[in-house]
Design a protein around this ligand. Structure first.
Ligand SMILES: Cc1ncc(COP(=O)(O)O)c(C=O)c1O
Length: 390
């Protein structure tokens, strides 16, 4: 029988039924170690009791009421995120793409405020910012854009991790209002920039009065070993977007603005029917509290170091492994050829992984994973990668 679903995801061979911690089971009862977490979403793992309790209690109280009314959990969550990030104001949507849409609109308001009629935003090659028209236009991947032209105007592209390219743009283009960048590119292949990249980028943005807008949709919420990735560098962005791990599976996204950008949105500028509803915000509050109370960001840093060192021990000598990189529990193993088949092979061996940018095995396990579970993951990967060597 043909599926009633649009064919956006191709054929999906595994149908997942339930989960517990870092484990998931399919409808046939087969058990997998989840090293993907719903693409960096379920940082607390599956069926976390604090998340389940928040959802069930709030569902019995008030699921939704619209933003015509004050929402106490939304206010509380905004304050919590403000305190964690050092930003000033928060707008809530339902996804990463929507958080980036808000950021793009803020950049344009900033540009117009400076007297720029057609403000430009600098975005990076191999970036991924979402699938809405504006965010796919910001994305640096032709496959994501093809067929959807005309693209949204106003994006200028530069190589990632290349300050000189940005300085060149600065000397040739007076219409730049902002830079939008992932601190570590996820979909682009777990690309980690030089350690001083964010600091230098922040200084350049300051110098030109560009908003520094960080897309922490994937890197946020503890994934890389700090609550937000920029906290490794000591800078503060002007705009910060996050989603994925914020709701542990409850759809929620946030666009945070620092002092310079916090007042640009005014009543009527932007909105969302569902964004910031009581159910999503109460769930996210439980997620954030749990991440902080259980020191899971620090745990992600330690587990990430362990995972990287184990992978390096086992894989560095292999001819088909070209790089092993990452930060916290966002790790990539790059092979010397495309390896999409490893996703199915790993699943057969009882491990869920992902391949990004064709040749990068991307690992995004839940932050609550144990060292023993990481050993098991490494064991399966080593066997699969060794079996690939000619
Ligand atoms: C860095 C980054 N930005 C934006 C998005 C889009 O988020 P969503 O799929 O929730 O719209 C993603 C999703 O993979 C992402 O990794």
């Amino acid at each position: 029988m043909t599926s009633a679903l649009m064919n956006t995801y191709g054929v999906r061979k595994i149908c997942l039924d339930r989960g517990e911690g870092a484990w998931v089971w399919d409808t046939q009862g087969k058990k997998y170690l989840d090293a993907l977490s719903g693409i960096a979403v379920c940082g607390l793992g599956h069926a976390h009791p604090k998340v389940t309790a928040a959802i069930t209690e709030q569902a019995g109280k008030l699921v939704h009421c619209s933003n015509f009314y004050g929402i106490a959990p939304q206010q509380k969550l905004a304050e919590k995120l403000r305190d964690i990030s050092g930003m000033s104001k928060v707008f809530f949507g339902n996804s990463g793409a929507e958080a980036n849409e808000a950021a793009i609109k803020i950049a344009r308001l900033h540009g117009h405020g400076k007297g720029i009629d057609r403000p430009n935003i600098i975005v990076m090659n191999n970036a991924f910012h979402g699938r809405t028209l504006a965010t796919l236009s910001a994305t640096g991947n032709r496959k994501v854009q093809a067929g959807f032209e005309p693209l949204v105007d106003g994006f200028v592209r530069a190589p990632f991790n290349d300050l000189e390219a940005l300085e060149n743009i600065a000397s040739n283009n007076n219409n730049v209002a902002a830079v939008l960048v992932e601190p570590i590119q996820g979909e682009g292949g777990v690309n980690v920039p030089a350690p001083d990249y964010l600091n230098a980028l922040s200084a350049l943005c300051e110098q030109h009065d560009w908003l520094l807008m960080l897309d922490e949709i994937q890197t946020g919420n503890g994934r890389t070993g700090k609550y937000f990735n920029f906290q490794h560098s000591g800078i503060t962005p002007d705009v910060l977007t996050t989603a994925k791990g914020l709701g542990n599976g409850m759809p929620i996204g946030a666009c945070l603005a620092g002092e310079k950008a916090a007042e640009l949105m005014q009543p009527g500028s932007h909105g969302s029917t569902f964004g910031g509803n009581p159910l999503a915000c109460q769930t996210a509050l439980a997620v954030v509290d749990t991440l902080l109370e259980q020191s899971l960001c620090e745990q992600a840093a330690a587990l990430g170091d362990y995972l990287l060192s184990r992978l390096r021990e086992e894989l560095t000598e292999l001819e088909n492994v070209t790089d092993i990189r990452g930060q916290g529990l966002m790790v990539g193993v790059e092979l010397n050829r495309d390896c999409p088949e490893l996703v199915d092979k790993a699943a057969e061996a009882g491990v869920l992984i992902n391949v990004a940018a064709g040749s990068v095995i991307r690992l995004l396990p839940p932050l609550i994973i144990t060292r023993e579970q990481l050993d098991r993951l490494v064991g399966v990967l080593v066997d699969l990668i060794k079996a690939q060597t000619p």
